[in-house]
Design a protein around this ligand. Structure first.
Ligand code: GLP
Length: 244
């Protein structure tokens, strides 16, 4: 695991965008694992800016999302596919047809999760972006998720519903079910890039990186992967005790 700590989120996001730019320069048809959530916004902003500057092309790349809410209409801006379309498809040359996500409107959610798990496995993700939840969740793998879990429908915890309600009109508007890549699915990616900004992430970051690998802190599974970049700002790193 390699740890990179920056003064602020802007520098951290720029570093991550550098890595993605370098990957795409070496492998234009890279398979990118993308995450939703506020942490990724400055990273996608950087990617869009680099595309505008002629430095980064996603024309041959493909994107695979970590997770998706169940029950939101395709045009709902809270949907994760929709948020990636707004963040990258509308601002870069990433084709909408190359953005893959679980279908949260599928009639059979288990079958849909199995389909997506096979798709991600076959794709072999080159670089997987990961945020971390305040309760240590990874994608929508809530505490208690098996370390080898596969893509599946899950119920969101009350803490996650409360945390994500900031993107909705009220907590009651947050879908209570999602389809998420499992912890075992995520670990198949060639490289993981775990990103966290802000003091609110300092405790889950400490638990994930310095605590035991445990289902109660799903993000701790990154310790089991042999190619992990951890990108933090000083606030998110503030509770780490290991020398750096
Ligand atoms: C959300 C998403 C995760 C995301 C995490 C952190 O619930 N399912 O994929 O990484 O929680 O979100 P944020 O970056 O908004 O803090």
């Amino acid at each position: 695991m390699k740890l990179f700590v920056f003064d602020g989120a802007g520098d951290g996001a720029s570093f991550v965008a550098d890595r993605i730019e370098a990957l795409l320069a070496a492998k234009p048809d890279a398979h990118l694992g993308l995450a939703a959530g506020g942490t990724m916004v400055p990273i996608y902003d950087q990617m869009a800016q680099r595309h505008a500057d002629g430095r980064l092309s996603l024309a041959a790349a493909s994107a695979y999302l970590l997770d998706e809410y169940v029950g939101l209409e395709a045009a709902d801006p809270h949907g994760y596919r929709r948020s990636i379309e707004q963040a990258l498809v509308s601002r870069t040359d990433l084709a909408a047809g190359r953005v893959h996500a679980p279908n949260g409107l599928a009639p059979d959610l288990v079958a849909e999760a199995d389909r997506y798990d096979r798709l991600v496995a076959d794709a072999k993700i080159d670089l997987q972006l990961l945020g971390i939840g305040g309760n240590g969740h990874l994608a929508f793998n809530e505490p208690g998720s098996a370390l080898e879990s596969q893509t599946r429908p899950v119920e969101l915890s009350p803490t996650t519903l409360a945390a994500n309600s900031r993107f909705f009109d009220s907590v009651d508007a947050v879908p209570t079910v999602a389809i998420t890549q499992g912890l075992g699915t995520i670990r198949r990616a060639s490289q993981l890039v775990l990103v966290a900004f802000g003091a609110g992430k300092s405790d889950p970051v400490r638990q994930a990186l310095e605590g035991p690998v445990t289902t109660m802190v799903p993000a701790s599974v990154v310790q089991l992967h042999d190619d992990v970049l951890v990108v933090l700002d000083e606030a998110a790193a503030s509770l780490l005790t290991a020398p750096r």
